[in-house]
Design a protein around this ligand. Structure first.
Ligand code: PRP
Length: 221
């Protein structure tokens, strides 16, 4: 396989909900590549004329590619970024992918105070963020890491509560769960590798400025 050439800018895009919004946003500032599609089985899609290379990765892996410099920049939800603890620069709030990270419990068995859940089990995809939140409340908890369908946890007796993303609230309602604590607001962020930011400063700075202008012009859809 050809060795990467340094004058390419490599951009990591996450599969899933943020993919098309991210790809469209980059396209609006002239940073794009032919056949850039989430469904592509080709994982590196290059535009040799513009010296841009997109890599399409699993959402939770974007901060890893960027921290290690395998990608210069990337798009990722604030939730995944904070949970990863990865050492990257966060340059821009892209304003889409808005949701919130909440603690939720079964409506029927709701306890009166947050502290009443101390020492119980919480199911979550975000054990680090959850632990930080509960520590701030002076609460010790037992964390059960799940990778999806988190709302199922309390319904089948796996946990007393969940810490998860809420977007429209439909999943909570459908499963008789209720939000009891707000942990953080989430949206998509542009992240940059620390070394790339120095070595490719002019190029990255120009893209960030162009993106800012598009974002100031209205919400990205
Ligand atoms: C996310 C999240 C909730 C749901 C919230 O799950 O984990 O389950 O979306 O959205 P809502 O408030 O609009 O109902 P996702 O669809 O990413 O799938 P997952 O459960 O497999 O993680």
């Amino acid at each position: 396989m050809a060795k990467y050439v340094d004058d390419y800018l490599t951009i990591a895009l996450p599969k899933g909900k943020l993919f098309s919004l991210s790809a469209n946003l980059f396209e609006r500032v002239g940073v794009t590549a032919e056949h850039l599609s989430e469904k592509s089985r080709k994982l590196i899609i290059s535009n040799d004329e513009c010296k841009v290379r997109f890599i399409i990765t699993k959402t939770s892996d974007v901060p890893t590619y960027v921290e290690y410099g395998a990608a210069d920049i990337g798009v990722i939800g604030k939730d995944v970024l904070v949970e990863s603890g990865q050492d990257v620069y966060e340059l821009l709030d892209l304003g889409f992918g808005k949701c919130r990270l909440m603690m939720a419990v079964p409506r029927e068995e709701r306890r009166s105070r947050l502290l009443d859940y101390a020492h119980t089990r919480v199911a979550t995809k975000y054990p680090h963020i959850a632990e930080q939140f509960f520590a701030q409340q002076g609460m010790q908890m037992e964390y059960i890491k799940l990778n999806g369908s988190i709302e199922l946890g309390p319904l089948v007796g796996l946990s007393e509560s969940i810490v998860d993303i809420v977007e429209t609230g439909t999943t909570l309602v459908e499963n008789d769960l209720e939000e009891i604590a707000h942990i953080m607001d989430v949206s998509a962020r542009l992240i940059v590798n620390r070394v790339s930011f120095k070595l490719k400063f002019d190029r990255i700075y120009r893209i960030v400025n162009d993106l800012k202008q598009v974002l100031e012009g209205g919400e990205v859809r």
